[in-house]
Ligand binder design. Structure first.
Ligand code: UDP
Length: 489
């Protein structure tokens, strides 16, 4: 436990999106296990999702608490109850969501002014640029928590600084990134919207994020040093005080913590485990596309047909967003569910992803390459079929397929444009899904080598967040940095 002068109070502020809230909540537990007080700022509806995990953490004597702030939906032009990015009914509302998020600054300042013990530092995820103003007002340091890898940070830095994309004539021409530890090529079409579209709006947002990052006392990355040593090194040269503290999902040791992580699971725990236990080890394809992707009905049906044609056991997550009337009707009218009976499990809604991925029956993960999902598969030693869709997901695909060499590509070439029918314009057919599954599950030399490497990176991840592990030590360094900062005030 921390001695009194080392007793700190961390304020964690995530963007209200599952891919930020979930890892920051895990990190809260890791900090609390090192004896620190931790407060997570949230909103009433997100607090309902997090509460079971937090209550269990409190019962095990961790000093963690949630403070819900009212999310100003109405004022920002959002439908009532739209407190998480996964609740957005249209991409046009994203702008409003960020406006609402910015409006939390004032209420948060009021809460912090009265908080006991007094806050000693703020850790906020990369999409919350305004916390550095709060930190300045309170005279405490602010740290940025990156929900992306060092590889992604280095690639974006290289693309921005070399201005390499200015030399290309088409969206689909590949460019080689200069000065990288591996041969890394990108196409303009694969870059996040923010980087491709030179709109003043995205420039403004990027500038604010950059300004916050520059004024931060340090940067915390949900990754681990053994996974990407040369990119961690490069990050350390690019920024001051970089600490890899992950994979944070490893803090979930108990079955219930894995099961209830992030949201209420849409399957009974025992049914899920019974199904997983009933299939052969390393045989199941797990297909899940994160917390915010929208998969069109036509695309969903092709995914279903591909999984069916693969002739292998599978778990297919159809999120509430994608469980449309068309998909429901297809599942009911077609004989799909009958045909896959006993072999395929469909979860409609939220999946207990970490629990599923860490089960010995999982043989491959069909993923949209969100960084959290990627890292969770890495921890489980599960090879991936990569199907990036937007944001930094193409960087993650590159990392999985070309650097770690534990994945096969489904073969998409560019970020999805916005709009309901985005998938239909670049439809991945069922045969393509089947082909990628066959390739991943191939029992020949290539497949075996890939599985071996996946097991090896999984082994590397083990213990990193436990006493003696690199991420545990880095979390300690972060704590010491706050203590040092306080002593010099
Ligand atoms: N997740 C989950 N169940 C689901 C969907 C997502 O537990 O049904 C979790 C997943 O384990 C990960 C997070 O939600 O921790 C998604 O983050 P990621 O960065 O992979 O993707 P994003 O949601 O940002 O697209």
């Amino acid at each position: 436990m921390a001695s009194e002068n080392q007793q700190l109070h961390f304020i964690l502020v995530p963007l209200m999106s599952s891919s930020h809230i979930i890892p920051l909540t895990d990190f809260a537990k890791l900090l609390a296990r090192q004896g620190q007080d931790v407060t997570i700022i949230t909103t009433p509806l997100n607090a309902i999702r997090l509460n079971p995990i937090i209550q269990r953490a409190i019962k095990s004597n961790l000093k963690v608490q949630l403070i819900p702030l009212r999310f100003p939906c109405q004022e920002a032009g959002l439908p009532e109850g739209c407190e998480n990015l996964d609740e957005l009914t249209s991409p046009d509302l994203t702008k409003h969501f960020f406006v609402a998020s910015g409006m939390l600054q004032e209420p948060l300042e009021k809460v912090l002014a009265k908080l006991v013990p007094r806050p000693t530092c703020i850790v906020s995820t990369n999409a919350i640029p305004w916390t550095h103003e709060i930190a300045q007002k309170f005279g405490i340091p602010m740290y940025v928590f990156h929900t992306i890898s060092c590889f992604t940070l280095v690639c974006s830095h290289s693309i921005n600084h070399s201005k390499i994309l200015e030399t290309v004539n088409s969206d689909y021409e590949s460019v080689l990134l200069p000065d990288m530890p591996h041969k890394i090529e990108f196409k303009n079409s694969q870059l996040p919207d923010m980087m491709r579209k030179n709109s003043s709006e995205s420039k403004n947002m990027l500038d604010k994020v950059k300004e916050a990052e520059n004024s931060a006392q340090g940067v915390v990355v949900n990754s681990f040093e053994e996974l990407e040593p040369s990119y961690v090194e490069k990050c350390k040269n690019m920024m001051k005080n970089v600490w890899c503290i992950g994979p944070v999902s490893q803090c979930n040791k108990e079955m219930l913590d894995k099961f209830e992580r992030g949201n209420k699971a849409s399957i009974d725990e025992n049914d899920c485990l019974k199904w997983l236990d009933s299939v052969k080890p390393k045989s199941v394809i797990y297909a899940c596309f994160g917390s915010v992707s929208h998969i069109s009905p036509t695309q969903s049906i092709e995914i279903g047909l591909g999984l069916e044609a693969s002739n292998r056991p599978f778990i297919w997550i159809i999120s509430d967003r994608d469980y449309s009337i068309e998909v429901k009707k297809w599942l009911e009218d077609d004989t799909f569910e009958e045909r896959i009976k006993g072999r395929g499990l469909i979860i409609r809604g939220w999946a207990p992803q970490v629990l599923i991925l860490s089960h010995s029956s999982i043989g491959g993960f069909l993923t949209h390459c969100g960084w959290n999902s990627t890292l969770e598969a890495v921890c489980a030693g599960v090879p991936m079929i990569t199907w990036p869709m937007f944001a930094e997901q193409f960087y993650n695909e590159k990392f999985v397929v070309h650097v770690l060499r534990i994945g096969v590509r489904i073969g998409v070439e560019g970020v999805l444009e916005s709009g309901e029918d985005a998938h239909d314009r670049v439809l991945v057919k069922g045969e393509q899904v089947k082909k990628a599954i066959d390739q991943l599950m191939d029992e020949g030399e290539e497949g075996e080598e890939r599985r071996k490497r996946a097991r090896e990176v999984g082994d590397m991840a083990k213990g990193t967040t436990e006493a003696g592990g690199s991420s545990y030590s880095n979390t300690k360094l972060l704590i010491q940095d706050v203590i040092k900062w306080r002593m010099h005030q």
